[in-house]
Design a protein around this ligand. Structure first.
Ligand SMILES: O=C(O)CCC(=O)C(=O)O
Ligand SMILES: [Fe+2]
Length: 470
């Protein structure tokens, strides 16, 4: 059988190193991601011997409410004005992109002036912002007395947060990065393409070739969900390129891992999507912690994302289904994971839900943008799976606008403090990972959609979760 991709076996990732740690119960060991030397990103010939500190100083701040009270998180403007971010149930966390000097406060719900705790974000890597009213450093007796006020379930969640903080401190010392997941998140279940050096290329073939012509509209009705989805042959071959389609991934960035895939979509497929878009009511985009479930869309969170968007589900048409199947092959993920499954498909998972979200169709008009953010969210402490967005596939549907680049302001490089900017090209895809190969969330996956200064921009997001989507 002919090989389907350029990876021959499950090679060991040299960026994973064994770390011995102790969070109280004795020494344990795990494999963690340690960013390789910058020279390796240039195959031993870097333009400078050290990496350049990025001009963009922002990063992900994770706010942890390690108390049994319900609290409101406010961002405090330099002038003192408070803006509600969200409410925190007891023992929950949330996050947002932040900058050094930003101030946040925890207060009781709806009482912004009753400040319980103030956070002032320092320089990177000051990612973890903890409110813990029980722990007294150096005083175990007082700490125990404080904790005696908690019931068993509360004390268990509290201990999980303490374990997470303890692990984070040792992880930070070993890797230079904060631990943004909760202790201890499993490595991603899905395959991850390596990004060892700039320009590194991978290839993978797919049977899901591109449509060269749009089939007549009566053939483009929504397809059945759930049953008869284990295809042997691609649908509607007569409208598609013959044979197999060879996709090339070219490494744009090693940390974060980002790749471009030219011509992932054909013109006919892009036209089909844009035609669908005409019948779709696009709504003002909102942002928020995708996992938190307590999202409050305030004026402030809206300002970060000014575009309009809507959702296109996989079953909307055979073309959309083909795009999902091709994306599954690109990511080397079983396509059945990316839809509702029958009971015999991946029975090891606790849910039959898709790990892929519906396609998010986004339109940016003049001056619209999405400021620097992360696509991942933060899981509940009692969540063993810690499902989170794993990979983002950006699909560009037009080109020729001025501005509108996808920007990675914290890419690790030895050339410039400026962001890596990717120009939209019709049909091109960009793949980047929001997780590290050790299971941590990748703070450097920080990205923005730059303002469109002339023309307009159309794009689709395909988000894939690991290990499950809740
Ligand atoms: O429009 C882009 O280039 C990126 C969009 C994005 O990051 C998002 O929608 O989460
Ligand atoms: Fe994004």
């Amino acid at each position: 059988e002919a090989p389907v991709c350029s990876v021959t076996d499950e090679e060991h990732d040299p960026a994973l190193r064994e770390m011995i740690y102790n969070i109280g119960g004795g020494e344990q060991s795990t494999y963690v991601y340690v960013e390789p030397d910058i020279a390796s990103f240039y195959r031993g010939q870097p333009p400078a011997s050290t990496k350049v500190a990025p001009k963009h100083r922002g990063f992900s701040a994770k706010f942890i409410n390690a108390s049994n009270r319900r609290l409101a998180l406010y961002w405090v403007e330099p002038g003192g004005k408070k803006h509600l971010m969200r409410e925190h149930a007891p023992f929950t966390a949330s996050g947002t992109a932040s900058f050094p000097g930003h101030t946040f406060v925890f207060t009781p719900p709806n009482q912004p002036d009753e400040v319980i705790h103030t956070f002032v974000v320092k320089d990177y890597p000051d990612n973890i912002q903890l409110y813990d009213p029980y722990f007294v450093p150096g005083d175990a007796i007082q700490t125990q007395q404080n904790l005696a006020t908690l019931n068993d379930a509360e004390r268990q969640k509290y201990q999980q947060w303490r374990d997470t903080i303890n692990f984070h401190e040792q992880y930070l010392a070993f890797t230079g990065r904060s631990y943004l997941a909760n202790y201890l998140r499993e490595p991603p279940r899905h395959f991850m393409w390596r990004a060892d050096y700039f320009g590194q290329e991978h290839w993978v073939t797919t049977q899901e070739t591109r449509f060269v012509a749009e089939p007549p509209s009566e053939l483009l009705n929504p397809i059945a969900a759930g049953k008869d989805r284990q295809l042997v042959e691609p649908l509607m071959k007569e409208y598609r390129e013959p044979g197999v389609f060879n996709m090339t991934l070219k490494t744009l960035s090693c940390a974060p891992r980002a790749f471009e895939i030219p011509h992932f979509l054909s013109d006919a497929e892009v036209e089909h999507i844009l035609k669908l878009a005409q019948g779709i009511d696009l709504k003002l985009s909102s942002t928020g912690d995708v996992n938190a479930g307590e999202k409050v869309v305030t004026e402030d969170t809206r300002r970060t994302r000014t575009s309009f968007n809507s959702w296109v589900e996989r079953e909307r048409s055979p073309i959309v289904d083909a795009i999902y199947r091709r994306a599954a092959d690109l990511l080397r993920i079983d396509e059945s994971l990316m839809r509702y499954r029958d009971a015999n498909e991946h029975p090891e998972l606790p849910t039959r839900k898709s790990v892929a979200e519906s396609l998010q169709l986004v339109h940016y008009a003049h001056a619209q943008e999405y400021t620097a953010h992360h696509d991942f969210g933060f899981s509940r402490i009692e969540d063993d799976y810690q499902g989170a967005r794993f990979a983002t596939l950006l699909l560009y549907l037009n080109e020729g606008m001025v501005g509108g680049e996808t920007s990675f302001p914290r890419w690790v490089n030895a050339e410039t403090f400026l962001p890596l900017n990717v120009k939209p090209e019709k049909g091109k895809a960009v793949l980047f990972y929001s997780q590290l190969p050790d299971g941590n969330l990748d703070d450097f996956s920080h990205h923005a959609a730059l303002p469109v200064t002339e023309g307009e921009k159309w794009l689709m997001n395909l988000w894939v979760w690991d290990p499950i989507y809740e």
